[in-house]
Design a protein around this ligand. Structure first.
Ligand SMILES: NC(=O)c1ccc[n+]([C@@H]2O[C@H](COP(=O)([O-])OP(=O)(O)OC[C@H]3O[C@@H](n4cnc5c(N)ncnc54)[C@H](OP(=O)(O)O)[C@@H]3O)[C@@H](O)[C@H]2O)c1
Length: 221
């Protein structure tokens, strides 16, 4: 979700920065081989860095140890998905020197131009979610892939039924929406019918304060 307000569209404004929500996100990042994100999210949140430490700095060392004990590299591969190639290469997520993969089209690769040495660029032939997952697995050398959306990318992935699990935080905030104040929900640019709406099976439900942390297994087609 997002308030979609200029400069105030961060996911943390939806969760209210609750430590439980930050912890779940940090843990998911800590065990992931790659984190796949749409370019829209980077454009809305240009300062974002997809690490455990950035979202839960109070236990940054502990999350680093988790990765080390699992035999994982210090950071998951950041995978940015873009058709247009409109990626600000000066964004902190690309400036850190940690591995980044940009998945794009032929036109997008041309628009990107030269990239720093730690940034790899792969051109997709079909641009499907399945292709994103295959290439992200190849490039990260792993199988545990986390996507943080945003809603447009997530909509495509659930439409293709390539999402195995959904971690959903229910925050006690009502954002509302209006014609002149559109709000992004979990899924954007994708509308399902009652017959084909993706369905989850609740695997676990936990609470902290007024927050609900839900984990769903998403049904195969
Ligand atoms: N609450 C949360 O947990 C949370 C999490 C993440 C994001 N957000 C919020 O969501 C908002 C951004 O979401 P969004 O839906 O606008 O954008 P998005 O899903 O992050 O990114 C959409 C972009 O991804 C690229 N893309 C999507 N499918 C593609 C494909 N098949 N091939 C190549 N590129 C593809 C395109 O980039 P190009 O336009 O460059 O071609 C597209 O415009 C932000 O406000 C962010 O803060 C919230």
């Amino acid at each position: 979700m997002s308030y979609a307000l200029p400069g105030r569209s961060q996911a943390s404004l939806i969760s209210g920065g609750h430590p439980g929500d930050r912890f779940v996100l940090a843990l998911l990042r800590a065990v992931a081989d790659a984190v796949i994100v749409g370019a829209g999210t980077l454009r809305s949140e240009p300062g974002v860095i997809w690490s455990s430490e950035s979202v839960f700095p109070e236990a940054g060392d502990a999350f680093a140890q988790v990765r080390a004990r699992m035999g994982l590299p210090a950071r998951a591969l950041t995978v940015l998905v873009t058709r247009s190639g409109k990626i600000d290469l000066r964004a902190p997520a690309l400036r850190e020197g940690v591995p980044v993969l940009i998945l794009t089209t032929a036109a997008g690769a041309t628009a990107l131009g030269g990239v720093p040495g730690h940034v790899r660029v792969r051109t997709m032939t079909q641009g499907t979610g399945a292709e994103m997952i295959r290439v992200a697995a190849e490039e990260s050398g792993g199988r545990l892939l986390l996507t943080e959306g945003g809603p447009t990318l997530f909509g495509q992935l659930v439409r293709e039924r390539v999402v195995d699990e959904l971690f959903l935080t229910v925050a006690p905030l009502l954002t509302g929406r209006a014609k002149d104040a559109p709000r992004l929900s979990l899924v954007a640019e994708m509308a399902f019918t009652p017959e084909d709406a993706p369905k989850g099976r609740l695997v676990s439900a936990k609470t902290a304060d007024d927050y609900l942390f839900l984990r769903y297994a998403m049904a195969a087609p």
